[in-house]
Design a protein around this ligand. Structure first.
Ligand code: FHN
Length: 472
């Protein structure tokens, strides 16, 4: 079943003792009855400052690469078992063909690091149920069932640590392969993707025990900084199940960060006021979109593909331009969010060249302008700039200019601070002339941009930047 992506409003499910909130605003108890706002902010700190991460969808689905018995589809590659209606036993045969001999953990981490990414989230197990790490609770994994016989996750975790990136896991609650699960396609076109996976009687309890054992080995053996759950929309999975799993994971690693798809935070907001229910998880997960005004008052991360698929498809060449990707990063940061940008490696273990090219272009921009993204909070302005975006830090506002003014002048709306100095982030020596006025400032930026995708101007201000949109 394809879930229609829509903005996720996440109520902070983390424990905040009643005195931290105003009266009547206490949240249900989740992971630990003692996490205060200060402790929560401390736990989220690196994640909030990081702003930019790499999503990796890698699994058996890279073997068919979007084609099965001559059938192709415009649907996402990692769902091929579903949309091509491949029986479990036939799908399992892909394991014997999966031998990613070109996989090189150092290269993958270097590509992420050079792009300016601060964390990596990789699929430990997607909906197909195949474990991309050496699992002790399932032989349906890359070490036991493929000719590769290596644990690429172990190599990637070690390399991420060596190069200073946070290593994180994606884990799917939905599992098409688990014996107790079955696809309820009775009377439905099984290739239409509207199938529902159900659990046989007693199967859910057995599966939750299995899932917890896998999560235990993932946390104790690879020490992930984030657990990025997915596949939570099944009707046999409840918000209460999510809160139980949230507590379980946090009991194994108290400072781990967990997304809202551990429970029903992604679906439950329709028709409900945001105070009706608190949802488990530490951040919202809008998918393939950037919420128009961000998600105020919560942490959130937009996850997006570079073409149209998460898992590799040999014929998907609908790549976003580097300009779109860089401006997405800026737009998301200006609204107080993180950007989780996906790559879908091939069955031979390579990140597709178009992805590598775009990530290098992002890295080139970030090398010069990263200060305007890392550790920033949302724009201090009440309305969105028509010529670009803005981010802020205490005592600074960063203007990202997409559209260069023909007359070399920009108007910056007032926001409760006055400007002391203005200069290009890429050329700090060159002071820019500006005039403070009651309704804002007029800034002279000259005839030519410094970067056609986004030129950054720094405004040094008299007071700490106003923080909007983030619980910081
Ligand atoms: O069904 C998955 C999909 O394959 C992919 O993993 C995305 C990434 O966020 N999540 C689910 C769809 O929302």
């Amino acid at each position: 079943m394809k879930i229609s992506p829509f903005a996720n409003l996440l109520l902070l499910g983390a424990i905040l003792t009643p005195q931290v909130f105003g009266q009547g605003e206490s949240r249900p108890v989740l992971a630990s009855e003692t996490e205060t706002r200060v402790q929560h902010d401390q736990r989220m700190r690196w994640w909030r400052e990081a702003r930019f991460g790499m999503f990796i969808h890698w699994g058996l689905y890279a073997v068919p690469a979007g084609e099965y018995k001559g059938q192709r589809s415009d649907r996402i590659g990692e769902w091929i078992m579903d949309w091509a209606n491949i029986p479990r036993t036939d799908y399992e045969k892909f394991a014997a063909e999966f031998n990613p001999v070109k996989f090189n953990a150092r290269e993958w981490v270097q590509i992420a690091k050079d792009a300016g990414m601060k964390y990596i989230v990789i699929t430990s197990k997607h909906h197909d149920g195949f474990s991309m790490y050496g699992s002790k609770v399932s032989a349906y994994d890359i070490v036991d069932s493929t000719p590769f016989h290596r644990d690429p996750i172990k190599e990637l975790a070690a390399e991420a640590k060596r190069q200073g990136l946070k290593f994180c896991f994606y884990y799917s609650i939905l599992d098409w392969h688990y014996p107790a699960a079955y696809v309820d396609a009775v009377g439905k076109d099984p290739t239409a993707g509207n199938r529902v996976t159900r659990m046989k009687p007693g199967g859910k309890e057995e599966y939750v025990r299995y899932m917890k054992e896998q999560l235990r080995e993932l946390i104790t053996s690879y020490d992930p900084a984030v657990l990025w759950f997915d596949g939570e929309w099944q009707d046999w999975w409840t918000e209460e199940d999510g809160q139980d799993l949230y507590r379980f994971v946090r009991s194994l690693k108290p400072n781990i960060i967990i997304n809202n798809r551990v429970g029903k935070g992604r679906q439950g907001m329709q028709g409900m006021s945001k105070t009706d229910r608190a949802y488990s998880g530490d951040f919202g997960t809008p998918e393939q979109q950037i919420p128009a005004n961000g998600l105020s008052g919560v942490d959130w991360e937009s996850c997006m593909t570079m073409n149209t698929t998460w898992g590799y498809k040999s014929y998907d060449q609908q790549w976003k331009s580097s300009e779109v990707i860089i401006r997405n990063l800026i737009d998301i940061a200006s609204k107080g969010g993180n950007y989780l940008l996906n790559v879908g490696p091939t069955a031979s273990g390579l990140i597709p060249a178009p992805s590598v090219e775009r990530l290098a272009a992002v890295g080139k921009w970030m090398k010069v302008n990263g200060d305007s993204i890392y550790g920033t909070t949302a724009s201090p302005f009440a309305t969105q700039l028509d010529y670009g975006r803005a981010t802020s830090k205490p005592g600074r506002v960063y203007l990202h200019i997409f559209k260069w003014p023909a007359d070399g002048k920009l108007t910056v709306p007032s926001w409760g601070a006055s400007v002391k100095r203005a200069y290009f982030l890429a050329d700090k020596r060159r002071a820019l002339h500006f005039e403070n006025a009651s309704d804002g400032i007029t800034l002279q930026v000259g005839e030519h941009s410094l970067d056609p995708i986004a030129t950054v101007v720094v405004l040094e201000t008299t007071v700490g930047a106003v923080r909007r949109g983030r619980p910081m």
